[in-house]
Design a protein around this ligand. Sequence first.
Ligand code: GTP
Ligand code: SPV
Ligand code: MN
Length: 595
Amino acid sequence: MATTVAAPTTNVHLSRWVDEMARMCKPDRVCWCDGSEDERDRLIGEAVSAGVLTPLDHSKRPGSYYSRSNPNDVARTEELTFVCTPTREEAGPTNNWMAPAEMYAKLRGLFDGAMTGRTMYVVPYIMGLPDSPFAKVGIELTDSVYVALNIRIMARMGSVALQRLGASDDFNRGLHSVADCDPSRRFIVHFPQDNTIWSVGSGYGGNALLNKKCLALRMASYYARNEGWLAEHMLLLEATSPEGEVRYLSAGFPSACGKTNLAMLVPPPAFDGWRIRTLGDDIVWLRIGEDGRLYAANPENGFFGVAPGTSTATNPNAMKMLEHDAIFTNVALTPDMDVWWEGMDGPAPERLTDWRGRPWQRGSAEPAAHPNSRFTVALDNNPALSPFVNDPKGVPISAILFGGRRSTTVPLVLESFNWTHGVYLAGTMGSETTAAKTGAVGVLRRDPMANLPFVGYDMGTYLQHWLEMGRRIPRPPRIFLVNWFRRGEDGKFLWPGFGDNMRALQWILDRCDGRVGARETPVGWTPRVSDLDLRDLPARPAAVEASLRFDVDEWREELRLQQEWLDHLGPTVPRALRLQHDLLEESLETARRVG
Ligand code: GTP
Ligand code: SPV
Ligand code: MN
């Protein structure tokens, strides 16, 4: 039975809830986290003794550790993620649902005694800046020291959160146990009416760090709809032109589709004088500011980024920020205790230990690092962090980008005609699936605003909320679609991507100021080749041309799939989006006839 340590809080709502959860989970010990450095060292010590973390060679990577998860637990499990609103309709057709009472009963069975022999860490945290009126306090009770250490990096964790909470009972109640890590007893469950999240059976990323996808997106989106703001799966960046103009962009791309990389972009040499600085790489909260612009803020305090593909060539800022005080999960280990993953600089070492702990040799058929292997580091590690990341007001955004992985159809960049058209393009956007979630990779699925797995209520209602937000923002940002992943007939990417995405960003910023030309297609504005600055681009002109191409037949098929998607979403889909679909269909037919 739990030996409850005196809680370092006089908040009775909190101490009563912790006692109640401890009575159910029956941990051997309850440990309240204060967020101090002493505590971090102690927790790391516990994690190392338990074999949860392995120290890397601290002469190469000071303060850095390695972690390997259960091979059955390497990505978010969307099929086991539930939104338990009182009615099924509130959760809508894109969320799994069960009646709250039934779900609580089922989960109580799984949590009963789940922490026997373990420590229950009480992890208080804040999403948002501690002095922001919009910040949200959560408490996660977890039997995973890995989770406690990751939240310490990803959020403002410890006493700062208890201070902010005071005597209030307005905090998210998160309960998490890895339990026996059996996928048949794994559930990630949201109860929006109770501000409660229960997650059992997984220790991985978005399944277990309840502050992140669960609170800052699913729960937050539910509250945002009622309160008139947006919680989005987006990066946030600052672009400074050679003339010194500073502008902000946010971009919603699905998991493992390029947010971290775009947020940390280093412009190519031809863009001398341009500077991109990062504010966030995964989650953005957006609110209408007093001056009528849309303001964005990153509620997180760290990065939980995809390792494979990260190199000095693709993302030098990420490589620099990983030099110290990082946790690496499911990458490969070198014989001299450093990390490696596919796509890192240089050839693969001859021998490695793969993400499952097995010996691996160069040329082996299987990857050494899991495709969804990740790093965890603090925002402060980023050498190109915007100073405005700590501004509680957030930053005013000029444009919102949406995009995904599309081997066909979607041009490099497409500007919407207006807000409703932008919401249509984003709300019907498709992307090929990645290793960030369990299941098949490379399957085209619709992913509205890149937020399909993270909207905590009915999707049609969410799209209506986006339309209404447009009406309420006096000076709305422009909406663009981008696609870095179009392929040629040889199956290769047509566009070099990464730093060269600056060329698309420049066009986008110039469009916002009416400074550059475009070609009108039936589905939006695209740049002509001559509208882009392509100096020193490492790509063939024919490939660039192909990446910008609008094809009537591809778009007829796209419109058909978009129609199917709207039908699937059902009666709550806004009428404006159905009418927008019909208008686009009509424009395409005209284009086909007239050429
Ligand atoms: P989550 O953390 O899962 O939400 O993902 P993310 O959107 O931050 O994705 P990230 O930037 O980590 O990129 C995922 C993968 O896409 C990595 O392997 C990158 O190397 C690759 N990638 C990113 N940008 C580009 C690009 O412009 N072109 C190409 N070809 N690949 C890219
Ligand atoms: C994603 O899958 O979109 C991620 C990683 O950013 S996780 O935190 O696991 O959700
Ligand atoms: Mn993400």
